[in-house]
Design a protein around this ligand. Structure first.
Ligand code: COA
Length: 274
């Protein structure tokens, strides 16, 4: 077994509140093999409990964000070991994507290059996504004989309109960063040379907010998607009350005080001072 942290398949670098998590199999275009999927559980466990991580950025080393599932190790070799091996491999991959979806801190996918098939799942799991114009996205599964599994079909159902989702599912056609932004797969797309700076600036915006509120707001949004309006109204009241309890700084009271009494900021224009 490798003695490198995370067995060499994932790198984690800290920089002023940001944990840059880099999928690190550039020779294999960062496709996800069982080792990477297992190790990502440790990465997320470690970062959730590490004060150096205020925002998690997920990206890929080299020319690729991730070329999806590893066709050799995740599919062929796992299948050869039998049904339970396949189920275990699915549990590991689906598991870290789910953990990422509900991560305690805000997350940004920084899509630097290829993003295929299974990679749509961690892309979707991140709260926000910024792509390089040069990135290429594709549901390539149809090209090698399977449907977009591992959540990928659900991802495009959630993020794109039905005609567009079906088009990319059935054709396997690629789309670049700008088109991905236009269709809602990512928030925005910038030239590759500006990508890291744009993500850093976005992370700084998130770092300036009250972290309890950020966690409550992102979970609330993800939860209400499948609720009726009335259920959502009620859930949001309860979720805010839970956040009030969790926020030992009593941020909302301080936010009101700085606006109403101190007149030191305007909530419509900026965040209160933490
Ligand atoms: N599974 C397994 N191996 C993969 C892989 C994947 N998803 N994606 C890339 N690789 C491997 C290649 O087999 C090659 O290995 P080798 O050096 O041992 O021959 C290496 O990574 C480099 O890939 P290559 O195809 O030469 O790189 P490229 O830059 O010319 O092309 C892609 C990049 C992403 C367009 C191409 O690798 C590709 O189509 N990958 C599959 C994408 C896919 O369908 N993913 C969906 C899976 S759900």
């Amino acid at each position: 077994m490798s003695t490198e942290p995370y067995e060499g398949v994932v790198k984690v670098d800290f920089d002023n509140g940001v944990a840059w998590v880099t999928l690190n199999r550039p020779d294999k275009r960062n496709c996800m093999n069982p080792t990477l999927n297992r190790v990502m559980h440790d990465v997320l466990d470690d970062l959730e409990d590490d004060d150096r991580c205020g925002v998690l950025v997920l990206t890929g080393e080299g020319t690729s964000f991730s070329a999806g599932m590893d066709l050799k190790e995740y599919f062929r070799e796992t299948e050869a070991k039998g049904h339970m091996a396949t189920r275990r491999a699915q549990r590991d991959s689906y598991g870290w994507w789910r953990r990422l979806r509900w991560f305690e801190k805000p997350t940004i996918a920084m899509v630097n290059g290829w993003c295929f098939g299974g990679a749509f799942a961690p892309l979707f799991a991140c709260d926000l996504a910024i792509a390089a114009d040069e990135a290429q996205f594709g549901l390539s599964e149809i090209n090698w004989g399977i449907l977009p599994g591992g959540g990928a079909t659900k991802v495009v159902e959630q993020l794109m309109n039905q005609r567009q989702a079906m088009y990319y599912i059935l054709t396997g056609e690629m789309l670049g960063g700008q088109k991905a932004a236009e269709l809602g797969l990512v928030n925005e797309s910038v030239p590759l040379g500006d990508l890291r700076g744009r993500v850093r600036a976005l992370a700084d915006v998130l770092l300036a907010k009250n972290p309890v509120t950020v966690k409550a707001a992102k979970d609330a949004f993800k939860r209400v998607i499948d609720m009726t309006y009335d259920d959502a109204e009620d859930y949001l009241v309860v979720r805010q009350e839970a956040a009030n309890h969790l926020d030992k700084t009593e941020g909302r009271k301080e936010g009101i005080r700085q606006f109403i009494d101190e007149k030191s900021y305007k909530p419509g224009l900026a965040s209160y001072r933490r």
